[in-house]
Design a protein around this ligand. Structure first.
Ligand code: CO8
Length: 260
């Protein structure tokens, strides 16, 4: 399948998706959204694919935001009636139960930062820069940024970034808990694919359940989250992969996963 605004490549059991509008610093327009929805759905439906990596083409940007040129003249009523930005969350977050990683290779600003934060975790190149500069355009984050950034880095930093529009470099982002790890710029994609292959090699149901559990910590109160975790754990103990995983450990060999 070929796309207008992204490229998609399968590296064994890992899907590598690259935002491919480098001339516009990979700004996110409606074509990018449609292409990503399609690529993520294909990944989710393919039993041979266990993890996805999303990165940006070109030397400068992961994505420099939602496409300002597309939105500049749009009437407010259209934003509301179309429930503009809702499909990013419903498709890339809610409908994607398999794990995916954002490999941030440069600017991740506005919607770009918000897209990266939709991933299960972020790997950042040493050239990555994160920010929510929407205030300078007279608006505010609209794809979850004010919520996910605050949960990731805490109120003080999130508030400062949203109110001043300043960018945060890779080191500060790692220190603040926004990114899992910093990788030298030139190794970023290979490192992310390698990490994704590790995840794709895990028992598939256990991977989905671990993702769901960690997300519950984010989205619920502690008591509810702990109960949710316990129930999911109990369900996993009924899978064939649980029997295989524990038998393989006792027999000192690698497990062979069935995904059920
Ligand atoms: N949308 C559309 N085009 C963009 C965007 C964007 N977000 N970012 C960069 N581009 C384009 C530029 O217009 C330029 O195109 P052209 O060559 O045709 O003029 C090209 O990409 C290269 O950009 P620059 O020349 O600006 O590159 P620099 O290296 O000088 O600067 C920056 C890089 C600092 C990243 C700069 O491009 C910049 O500040 N970009 C905008 C960042 C931003 O504000 N992002 C947030 C966008 S808003 C959002 O994401 C959600 C809320 C939206 C609501 C808006 C309602 C109107």
């Amino acid at each position: 399948m070929s796309y207008e605004t992204i490229t998609v490549e399968q590296r064994d059991n890992v899907t590598l998706v690259t935002l491919n509008r480098p001339q516009a610093l990979n700004a996110l327009n409606s074509s990018v959204l449609e292409d990503l929805i399609d690529a993520f759905a294909a990944f989710e439906a393919d039993d041979g694919q266990g993890c996805l990596v999303l990165t940006g083409a070109g030397e400068k940007a992961f994505a420099a935001g939602a496409d300002i040129k597309e939105m500049a003249d749009k009437p407010a009523a259209d934003f509301y009636n179309e429930d503009f930005f809702a499909r990013w969350t419903s498709h890339l977050v809610k409908a994607t139960r398999k794990p995916w990683i954002a490999a941030v290779n440069g600017f991740a600003l506005g919607g770009g930062c918000e897209l990266a934060m939709m991933a299960d975790f972020i790997l950042a190149s040493d050239k990555a820069k994160f920010g929510q500069p929407e205030i300078k355009l007279g608006v505010a984050p609209g794809m979850g940024g004010s919520q996910r950034l605050t949960r990731a880095v805490g109120k003080a930093k999130a508030m400062e970034m949203c109110l001043t529009g300043r960018m945060m470099g890779a080191e500060e982002a790692e220190r603040s808990g926004l990114v899992a790890r910093i990788v030298p710029h030139e190794d970023l994609v290979e490192d992310a694919v390698k990490t994704a292959k590790t995840i794709a090699g895990m028992p598939p149901m256990a991977a989905k359940v671990n993702k769901e559990m960690v997300n519950a910590a984010y989205e619920t109160f502690l008591d509810q989250g702990v109960l949710h975790e316990r129930r999911l754990f109990q369900i996993l103990t009924a899978t064939e992969d649980k029997v295989e995983g524990m038998t393989a450990f006792i027999e000192k060999r690698e497990g062979e996963w069935k995904g059920k």
